[in-house]
Design a protein around this ligand. Structure first.
Ligand code: HEC
Length: 244
């Protein structure tokens, strides 16, 4: 058929139908490729993996948990338990009542008026000597209400004097009340400091108990009385001891 001639003259068959037929595969390959190019590209996209970012590659090749971390992680529960124990132990106060009293007396305002050694100055009476705190207050009970309420608080309660019966002193004014600015424990600690460190008195829970609730209940609200009493109860079960 003409195919032979077509085959024999491919070069001049550019115009020939046979030539075009013969060339169809090649000629249509281009359009076919062109028409199928977009899908081919789409197919190729996943086949050519995106360049992996260096940090991703590093993350993938890195060992997930470094060897040194294994004992560290293994010890965590123990450290946690030890940490919890250290939190629990010193809950009440780090300082004993004597040291805490020293702290309150010297850093919360008492020493500013009464002097570090309790010698007093000007209108601020001495807390030591013949008219010192242990002479004015033969037992601590009334000293608690005095320091809690101060001159104005005592006067507001209708009192003209402070101190125990045989050493009563007229209220001249100027002693602040501390019940709102110090805790019951801080007031008790400060009194312990005045009686022991400044006046060499030995702690005795019986002496502290003497008239305690009675004196406090006469001048302080019940919730405050309970707070002070709770401190005294603590001191009874665990008596304050001077620092070694
Ligand atoms: C702003 C000065 C001032 C400060 C601060 C102060 N006081 Fe006084 N204190 C006085 C004055 C003034 C008096 C006498 C009050 C009166 O006569 O009404 C007094 C009286 C006293 C007395 C009775 C002393 C006695 O034997 O006659 C004691 C105890 C006392 N104060 C303890 C304390 C304690 C404890 C603190 C600290 C928590 C404190 N004071 C802080 C001014 C002060």
């Amino acid at each position: 058929m003409g195919g032979g001639s077509g085959d024999s003259a491919p070069s001049d068959s550019g115009t020939a139908a046979t030539g075009s037929e013969a060339v169809v595969p090649a000629a249509s390959a281009a359009p076919a490729a062109a028409s199928s190019a977009p899908p081919a590209l789409v197919d190729n996209t996943p086949a050519v993996p995106e360049p992996v970012a260096p940090w991703v590659a590093a993350a993938q090749s890195r060992q997930k948990i470094p060897y040194w971390a294994i004992p560290v992680l293994a010890m965590l529960p123990f450290w946690g338990a030890i940490y919890m124990l250290t939190l629990d132990t010193p809950t009440p106060t780090e300082l004993g009542a004597y040291e805490a009293g020293d702290e309150v007396y010297n850093n919360k305002g008492c020493s500013g008026c009464h002097g570090g050694a309790g010698a007093g100055n000007g209108n601020n009476p001495a807390l030591i000597g013949p008219t010192g705190a242990t002479k004015t207050f033969t037992v601590p009970a009334n000293q608690v209400t005095w320091i809690a309420l101060g001159s104005a608080g005592y006067k507001a309660a209708g009192l003209e004097t402070y101190g125990d019966a045989d050493v009563v002193r007229p209220i001249g004014g100027g002693m602040p009340g501390w019940v709102d600015s110090l805790t019951a424990e801080e007031i008790m600690d400060a009194i312990l400091h005045e009686r022991s460190a400044l006046n060499d008195e030995e702690f005795s829970v019986e002496m502290w108990r003497d008239g305690f609730e009675e004196a406090l209940s006469a001048l302080l609200p019940a919730d405050k009385v309970a707070e002070f009493t709770a401190v005294l109860d603590d001191w009874e079960s665990d008596p304050p001891a001077p620092a070694a």
